[in-house]
Design a protein around this ligand. Structure first.
Ligand code: 3PG
Length: 211
């Protein structure tokens, strides 16, 4: 069973976590390879399409050098489904008491999300110290994360939601930010066109984002 510290190791793999929506599992390994060539070592496949678990399985099998996680985990049973598919971590856009409880004992490291101080206190009370901050832009952006650092110096974050190539650098400069997530690295039109070169180039820019 993973320890709560293992998610921190995953969040430190790359400065940016690509958040992807995959409709065709057959495209998933090529997508993962393009991100890896660009220098990113982690990918979050959101459980928003019927193809997501197959896509995770395909990446885990064909591209073992990238850490593939399941995103948009809304129910406890999805933690096990993600692990069974080969995901090495799981992420939610929020949290429920059930997920916070189950995540501690999950077969893979789990990252719950917060958007407020009260949610953060609930997560800390369960023993978590790493959180997705979602939706980062609308929920207060870098100013909110700076404010969290006062009462919650032990908390670390992966802000996601509304982050752009232009704003990611501001987040990454914050000492309590381990990485930032975003969907801009795998645009739907680039995936549809199988434009792996463009995705590699977006990944390369993101990989160099932490200065
Ligand atoms: C997520 O699930 O983390 C978000 O959908 C990603 O947000 P973005 O599309 O604004 O990057």
């Amino acid at each position: 069973m993973p320890s709560l510290a293992d998610i921190e190791r995953i969040l430190r793999l790359s400065p940016v976590m690509p958040v992807v929506v995959i409709e065709e599992p057959a495209l998933a390994p090529d997508l993962a390879r393009a991100l890896l060539r660009g220098g990113l070592r982690v990918i979050e496949v959101t459980l928003r399409t019927p193809a997501a678990l197959d896509a995770i399985e395909a990446i885990a099998r064909a591209v073992p050098d990238i850490a593939v996680g399941a995103g948009t985990v809304l129910k406890v049973e999805e933690l096990r489904a993600a692990a069974n598919a080969g995901a090495t971590f799981a992420i939610s856009p929020g949290a429920t008491p059930e997920l916070l409880e189950a995540g501690v004992h999950a077969p893979i490291p789990y990252l719950p999300a917060v958007a407020s101080a009260s949610e953060l206190m609930q997560g800390l009370a369960h023993g978590y110290h790493c959180f997705k901050f979602f939706p980062a832009g609308p929920a207060g952006g870098p100013a909110m994360l700076k404010a969290f650092a006062g009462p919650f110096p032990q908390a670390r974050f992966c802000p996601t939601g509304g982050i752009t190539p232009e704003t990611v650098g501001t987040y990454l400069k914050l000492p309590n930010v381990l990485c930032a997530g975003g969907s801009w690295l795998a645009p739907a039109d680039a995936l549809a066109a199988r434009d792996w070169q463009r995705i590699e180039s977006l990944a390369a820019t993101a990989a160099a984002a932490r200065t």
